[in-house]
Design a protein around this ligand. Structure first.
Ligand SMILES: [Zn+2]
Length: 312
């Protein structure tokens, strides 16, 4: 089911809040301060802002709303705009620019930019479990993004390219990481923490995989130079990882344009989230957006907002 923009959760503040509450608290409100579920009451009447609850636990007694402890906390942006921006980002396969969010939602550019980064923070799969396992194939490949020489002025050095190492289980999930440089150590660190060593590892013939490959149940290397993409009846390839890299590049060139090294991981996390919640796994646009809204809990932005940006 595609995103239906006439849905009132995108226009009506009360409906948006109820939607957010249904995602975060399917069994009724839970105090984010102490975890109380039973003694929670809604504060009604003109004296209180809407969506406010009071915890009845004696040691707590705190008030809260559905945004407390989420990336939406202390935001002046109406909730229906958060819900709409989340749906737009969830459903845009090629990525959506802050410029487009600015226009679609009637916000300033800085607010749209900051909002998109908060939603990306919700999409970060914190502590995601290792992929692969017995009888599965995990592909690993590296790519370099940014630093297009075409745009570099003669007087300026060509911008630096940034390395990304991608691990992906065939028919499964992806774990992609920006690494400062591709070495046997940085690649191994990603491999052994994000892939189950019972997997069969598939990589290119780069030296960086030789040691780490021995730690896996099996290891095959694709010989790109010999045009040997398809060996052993199509078993030896890293086409899945290359498909993921194509998505990263398409979004950077098509929607985001310039991605600084500081924020690169967030952009990669956004694409990885859509990959891990993709249509083929039975997750439609609406379900993917709701997964982001649920994942907004317990996340914080740790970097400072850009200079001069209004508090979004
Ligand atoms: Zn409480």
């Amino acid at each position: 089911m595609p995103v239906d923009l006439t849905n009132p959760i995108f226009h009506d503040e009360d409906k948006a809040r109820a939607h957010l509450e249904a995602q975060r608290w399917p069994d009724g409100p839970v105090c984010p301060h102490c975890g109380e579920r039973e003694k929670v009451k809604a504060l009604k009447g003109k004296a209180h802002r809407k969506g406010l609850y009071q915890c009845g636990r004696k040691s707590c007694r705190k008030q809260f709303s559905v945004t407390v402890g989420t990336v939406f906390e202390r935001s002046k942006i109406p909730l229906h705009k958060w819900v709409l921006a989340t749906h737009l980002m969830a459903s845009s396969k090629k990525g959506i620019s802050a410029k487009q969010i600015e226009r679609n939602l009637g916000l300033t550019y800085k607010t749209a930019w900051f909002m998109a980064h908060r939603i990306r923070e919700a999409m970060r799969e914190a502590g995601a479990s290792p992929i692969g396992g017995g009888n599965t194939v995990v592909e690993s490949d590296e790519t370099y993004v940014g630093g297009k020489a075409k745009n570099a002025h003669k007087a300026k050095p060509i911008p630096k390219k940034h390395a990304v190492v991608t691990l992906v289980e065939r028919e499964g999930e992806v774990r992609a990481r920006h690494i400062p440089n591709v070495t046997a150590k940085t690649v191994r660190d990603h491999l052994v923490t994000k892939a189950d060593r019972k997997s069969h590892l598939m990589s290119d013939e780069s030296q960086v995989y030789i040691g780490a490959g021995k730690e896996f149940a099996g290891h095959s290397a694709v010989n790109h130079s010999a045009d040997e993409y398809v060996r052993l009846g199509g078993f030896v390839h890293v086409n899945t990882a290359e498909s993921f890299h194509a998505l990263v590049k398409r979004a950077i060139f098509g929607a985001w344009h310039a991605v600084s090294e500081q924020h690169l991981q967030r952009y990669i996390d956004e694409i990885a989230f859509r990959w891990n919640h993709r249509e083929k796994l039975g997750i439609d646009d609406h379900a993917r957006a709701n997964a982001i809204l649920r994942a907004a809990e317990g996340k914080r932005l740790t970097y400072r907002r850009p200079h001069g940006a209004a508090h979004a």
